[in-house]
Design a protein around this ligand. Structure first.
Ligand code: HEC
Length: 273
């Protein structure tokens, strides 16, 4: 009798808990017994403190909670000279207006009234990042892999696809949902130089924000390659075919420039003084 009673009470308790957590909205987590476990108080650097459990604090909401690096700090790592030089500040400075329109912080700006996108970035027609190509023997045939583009694809999926779309045609989910407009098709941007593509991704353009806080310059140059591949399926064909396996070799990886640097390097540290 006692056992039955205990059993009955437990069954009722379990049912209450089980059914209590059922809600018709499939996006809801149901009844929350310990809300802090579901929604920890925001203490991570990039979480904005302006909105905690429904309470809004407009002053904090518009502020970046992460500390900005000291002015002039250069985010570089590694020991490969080519990589490191790519991480140095770009010689082409952002338009002075971008300080307010695109919220750029910690940058030097071009003089008021100058348009570095039109005047300098336009003339920059080469990509300093070499393509990493792997050639491998597979059943008597050479199979190529563009490692740089494979990595760029991951960056594109994480940072760009929601606006620009999987095919780069400007039909990402943000556009399809109607939440956003004005995203171009990369195919219509054929005549932009590499420098212009880089400038827009790095500093932002129009309704597109700056990606400088999320991506380093090497990553952005890899995205410039990735956009070129959307525009021209054969973009990396010559680079791939230039990697030749020697007699007896099964696999080789090489760094190939799509177009070599101009004789006078544009992106030098001295330029920035
Ligand atoms: C929030 C939506 C959004 C995201 C995310 C976004 N873009 Fe854009 N992008 C735009 C819009 C809008 C434009 C058109 C800007 C204009 O011309 O005013 C644009 C334009 C461009 C252009 C053309 C620039 C030019 O000079 O005409 C390139 C290249 C580009 N985006 C690349 C990227 C890459 C690479 C990423 C990811 C790192 C990215 N975008 C992420 C919305 C977005």
């Amino acid at each position: 009798m006692k056992i039955r009673l205990v059993g009955g009470v437990m069954l009722t308790a379990i049912s209450v808990v089980l059914f209590g957590s059922c809600v018709s909205d499939k996006d809801s987590s149901g009844l929350e017994y310990m809300p802090d476990m579901y929604r920890s108080p925001a203490i991570e650097p990039y979480v904005d403190y302006g909105e905690i459990r429904g309470r809004e604090n407009m002053d904090l909401k518009m502020q970046q909670s992460a500390l900005t690096p000291p002015y002039g700090a250069i985010p570089y790592y590694g020991t490969n000279a080519e990589d490191v030089s790519m991480m140095m500040p770009w010689s082409i400075l952002p338009n002075a207006e971008y300080a307010s329109t695109h919220g750029l912080k910690g940058f030097d700006f071009a003089k008021v009234g100058e348009d570095p996108y039109e005047n300098e970035a336009k003339a920059w027609d080469w990509n300093p990042l070499k393509l990493e190509i792997e050639a491998k023997l597979d059943g008597g045939k050479t199979v190529y892999k563009n490692i740089t583009l494979d990595n760029a694809k991951k960056l594109f999926v994480a940072n760009c696809v929601h606006c620009h779309g999987e095919k780069g045609d400007g039909n990402g989910p943000m556009m399809l949902s109607g939440a956003y407009t004005g995203v171009p098709n990369y195919a219509d941007k054929n005549d932009l130089s590499d420098g212009q593509l880089f400038y827009s991704i790095y500093y932002g353009k129009g309704m597109m924000g700056s990606h400088a806080p999320q991506l380093n310059k090497k990553e952005i140059w890899s995205l410039v390659h990735y956009i070129r591949k959307f525009q021209d399926g054969d973009y990396d064909k010559a680079a791939k075919e230039s990697v030749v396996l020697k007699e007896g070799e099964n696999m080789v990886t090489k760094m190939v420039a799509v177009k070599s640097a101009p004789v006078v390097p544009v992106d030098t540290i001295e330029d920035n003084k």
